[in-house]
Design a protein around this ligand. Structure first.
Ligand SMILES: *[C@@H]1O[C@H](CO)[C@@H](O)[C@H](O)[C@H]1NC(C)=O
Length: 130
């Protein structure tokens, strides 16, 4: 194999190792079955406003990169309530907790099952951003 080909292969493998595909799912699990209005963004993308009926799911797919801290943040609103905010993906917080991050949106905040060191999952609930 030529030196150039070897270098190209090596660089491709490094890039693959650094870029990792991630899916974030947001499901309307509101106790009162209200419609959930969401609007998610990252630094580079505006995913637009969406309305989720009870149990409907919105999916966000992206690649995280070793060098850049990926952050997706959303607003949430139902009924006549306030606009609430939450970071649905924070690479620093989440990169070793989930490749498929599945949020159930409850009135007190988002919950998900998180991977523990012993490979079991534990239900964790978060508070809305302040
Ligand atoms: C939503 O999902 C939950 C859990 O799967 C289920 O118990 C409930 O009946 C569903 N609600 C509606 C309105 O479909």
């Amino acid at each position: 194999m030529s030196m150039l080909l070897k270098s190209v292969l090596f660089l491709s493998m490094l890039t693959l190792a650094w870029a990792s595909h991630t899916d974030v799912y947001i499901t309307n699990s509101l106790e009162g079955r209200e419609d959930l209005h969401i609007h998610c963004k990252s630094k580079d993308d505006d995913l637009g406003p969406h309305v989720l009926r009870i149990n409907q799911t919105f999916k966000i797919s992206f690649s995280t990169n070793f060098f850049f801290g990926t952050l997706f943040f959303c607003s949430f609103q139902w009924g006549n309530g306030h606009l609430l905010h939450f970071d649905v993906y924070d690479q620093k917080r989440d990169s070793n907790k989930c490749k498929e991050c599945k949020w159930s949106i409850k009135k007190d905040g988002p919950c998900r099952d998180e991977l523990e060191l012993d490979s079991t999952y534990t239900r964790k609930c978060y508070e809305w951003n302040h």
